[in-house]
Design a protein around this ligand. Structure first.
Ligand code: AMP
Length: 192
C-alpha cells in the first residue's frame, strides 16, 4: 500500500488537488478536516467537542485525529493506498502515524508539499469562504491563527520528513487551478 501525505498550509489547495491525485493512483483521500466537519454536521459528541476548537482555528487533540486515521486504515479496502490531507499536523501526530503504519508493516511513501506564501493564503481562503461557507474561513483573525498554528506546529514536519528522504515540494502559485494541478501531478510522477 502507498501512504502519501498531501502537505501544505491552509488554503494551499490540498482539497482541490486531492481528487485528481487519488483518481490517478487509486488512493482513498482522507481529510481529517472533512471528517471532523462531518462529525459536527452529524451532531456527535466528538463533533461538539471539535467545533469549539475548529471555530477559533485551533487544532483538535492529537488522539482524536489519530483515532480517525487508524479507523480509516482498518476499514477502507479496495484501494492501492491513501492520500492523507491535513494529517499529520504536529510532530506527535507524525510519530503516531509512523507507529500506526509500523504495526501494519507499512511506512509513509512520500510527502507531497504544496507551497504558497502567507499573503496568497488569505486571498485563497477568502475566495473559498464565498463558495464553501466554512465558518473558519470567514474571519481574518481565525485565518491568521490557523496560519500561525501551521508555522509553529506543522512546519517542523518538513525537517522531520526531509530527514527521512521523503519530502517533495511543489510551488502552487500558478495563475490557474489547472496549471497548479499539473505541477502537482508532474511532481508525483518523479516519486518512486
Ligand atoms: P482543514 O479542513 O484541514 O483546514 O481542517 C479544518 C480544521 O480541523 C483545522 O483548522 C483544525 O481545527 C481541525 N483539524 C483538521 N485536521 C487536524 C489535525 N490533523 N490535527 C488537529 N486538528 C485538525
Amino acid at each position: 500500500m502507498k501512504y502519501y501525505i498531501l502537505f501544505g498550509p491552509p488554503g494551499a489547495g490540498k482539497g482541490t488537488h486531492s481528487g485528481a491525485i487519488s483518481e490517478k493512483y487509486n488512493l482513498k483521500h482522507i481529510s481529517t478536516g472533512e471528517l471532523l466537519r462531518a462529525e459536527i454536521a452529524a451532531g456527535t459528541e466528538l463533533g461538539q467537542k471539535a467545533k469549539s476548537l475548529i471555530s477559533v482555528g485551533a487544532l483538535v487533540p492529537d488522539e482524536v485525529v489519530e483515532g480517525m486515521i487508524e479507523n480509516a486504515f482498518d476499514t477502507i479496502k479496495g484501494v492501492d493506498g491513501f492520500l492523507l490531507d491535513g494529517f499529520p499536523r504536529t510532530l506527535a501526530q507524525a510519530e503516531a502515524l509512523d507507529a500506526i503504519l509500523a504495526k501494519r508493516g507499512e511506512s509513509v511513501t512520500a510527502v507531497v508539499s504544496i507551497m504558497i506564501p502567507d499573503e496568497l493564503i488569505y486571498k485563497r481562503i477568502e475566495g473559498r469562504a464565498l463558495i464553501e461557507g466554512r465558518a473558519d474561513d470567514a474571519d481574518r483573525s481565525i485565518i491568521k491563527h490557523r496560519i500561525d498554528t501551521y508555522h509553529s506546529q506543522t512546519e517542523p514536519l518538513i525537517a522531520f520528513y526531509k530527514e527521512q528522504g521523503k519530502y517533495y515540494e511543489v510551488d502552487v502559485t500558478g495563475e490557474t487551478i489547472e496549471e497548479n494541478r499539473q505541477r502537482v501531478l508532474k511532481l508525483m510522477e518523479t516519486i518512486e
